[in-house]
Design a protein around this ligand. Sequence first.
Ligand code: TRP
Length: 361
Amino acid sequence: MNTTTAPAPSSPDVLGTSAARARSAVLEEQILRSPGRFRVLTGDRPTGRLHLGHHFGTLRNRVRLQERGVELFVIVADYQVLTDRDVADDLPGHVEELVLDHLATGVDPARSTIFAHSAVPALNQLMLPFLSLVSVAELNRNPTVKDEIAHSRQSAVSGLMFTYPVHQAADILFCKANLVPVGQDQLPHLEVTRTIARRFNARYGEGVFPEPEALLSDVPLLLGTDGTKMSKSRGNAVPLAADADETARLIRGAKTDSERHIAYDPVRRPEVSSLLLLAALCQGRTPEEVAEDIGSAGSAALKRTVTEAVNEHLAPVRARRAAYARDRGRLREVLREGNERARAVADATLAEVRAVMRSEY
Ligand code: TRP
């Protein structure tokens, strides 16, 4: 048993990647059979325009879960922008773009809830009792925090950065989400959430919080136009908000190699292979099939194929984005309504937490 006075180490290898992968396959089957059993919480920090990597890696997966009938909460993690920088630049702009990216991809505000951290006080208040349930040593050895610190723009580690996984536990547990679609890098964070849920229940009352499970999705690794991992901060991304012309220009400038024959070979020819993968994702084909079509026509032909595939795939996404972008009032309303729904859920959870902690006066 887990005694709450001597916390067991929240080790990521207790639930290693391969175990999480196997478990995810089981969960996918359960989602198909009874989607109503699941509530998903997921989200992003509003730090810049989302790109094609996000589109194929996370956004489409969120929409897929929504379409299966799973209840979806999407957090715009605005407070967490301050984990690795002193000031959040253009927060209103980035938040609006993030919401637009979700709506454009197909998140339906009538069924799913999009909301911002800073608009939900009761969510943030949960962080205080949660902080009492983890030790400094545990936070210190969290590999995701270590990695985030390594990539931080700040010279000193702030308390917010250090306690990032605890805040994230509040994000997930405020709505009692039981499923969190994550990439492998977020598994240690989710372990902290599970530990907090377990310890809270052990200390204050069984069954208050679920122990949320990771749904590992196969995130295709897309390279940016410079041949390194596509990333918001590297200036090598094709933004989801780019129009057809900007997309064509960015893909034309992408790094390739000088071999005329186009073949899918991720190890030896990563840049060409990533472009093939991108076209394949857009067309629902395999990268090998795309390569075969191009044959010995060279990089220029490859880029034309990829540009056409991306622009065709994104046409309906862009149409939805444009419709929302024309109606900023509606956009703000979506977020306002989401905030309200999240507040009602968070208030109910906090009331329950205060009751079991005997702090209702
Ligand atoms: N930490 C996540 C990231 O950097 C964003 C995030 C915040 C999140 N709260 C969350 C993801 C809750 C999943 C669940 O991408």
